[in-house]
Design a protein around this ligand. Structure first.
Ligand code: SF4
Length: 70
């Protein structure tokens, strides 16, 4: 089994993270327990992945709202 998620290159959630948050999520999920990532589960199931969905299942901003300015 690969040591990192197969979707790590270009995963769209990264564009919303600052460096520290990116590092934390990457270590915890993308290069760690990626099998539990809710974004990956949806993608593997061929379902749409909400832009605001975080790997642990939380949301980065409210559903129906725009993402915060970066
Ligand atoms: S956030 Fe999830 S889908 Fe994206 S690279 Fe990390 S483990 Fe893969």
């Amino acid at each position: 089994m690969s040591a990192q998620c197969e979707f790590i290159e270009g995963c769209p959630i990264y564009r919303h993270f600052r460096a520290q948050a990116q590092h934390v999520f990457r270590e915890l999920y993308c290069e760690g327990d990626f099998a539990s990532c809710e974004r990956r589960k949806l993608r593997l199931a061929g379902q749409p992945v909400p832009a605001n969905l975080l790997p642990h299942g939380g949301t980065l901003w409210q559903n129906g709202e725009q993402p915060p300015p970066s």
